[in-house]
Design a protein around this ligand. Structure first.
Ligand code: FMN
Length: 106
């Protein structure tokens, strides 16, 4: 489960993406499923590009679809916080994806 940025056409959309077998619903094939945090699509886009920004958790087998839904809701909240932090870094005019200076002590 990842925080992702989906590019559809010219626009980028914050999203969360699951890469896995969907054990909760006994899925048999590997799938990549993205959920856009702010949806404005009423039709399935032809293609999209995904950038994986942050790993949130492993895929789990939940006891019920409701439990899975509740977890995805929490995942979305974490992703919103992640994107909020990215925006804050932007406002501070600090670079987003340059490597951090790591000070290794000892
Ligand atoms: C953000 C996200 C996280 C997911 N996490 C899990 C998971 O942890 N375990 C799981 O079994 N399925 C997970 N799924 C897949 C769901 O089981 C799947 O989307 C749902 O069953 C609907 O499948 P369907 O479109 O084939 O009906 C996730 C899907 C999304 C979009």
């Amino acid at each position: 489960m990842y925080v992702t940025l989906s590019t559809i056409g010219e626009k980028q959309y914050p999203s969360v993406t699951n890469v896995g077998m969907r054990p909760t619903v006994s899925g048999k094939d590997l799938r990549v499923e993205s959920h856009l945090l702010q949806t404005e699509f009423w039709e399935t886009p032809g293609s999209m590009e995904l950038a994986f920004l942050h790993r949130l958790r492993d895929e789990h087998k939940f006891d019920s679809i409701e439990a899975l839904r509740a977890q995805i809701e929490r995942d979305c909240q974490k992703a919103v916080r992640f994107f909020g932090l990215m925006n804050k870094l932007r406002q501070d005019r600090r670079p987003l994806f340059e490597p951090f200076d790591l000070e290794i002590k000892g």
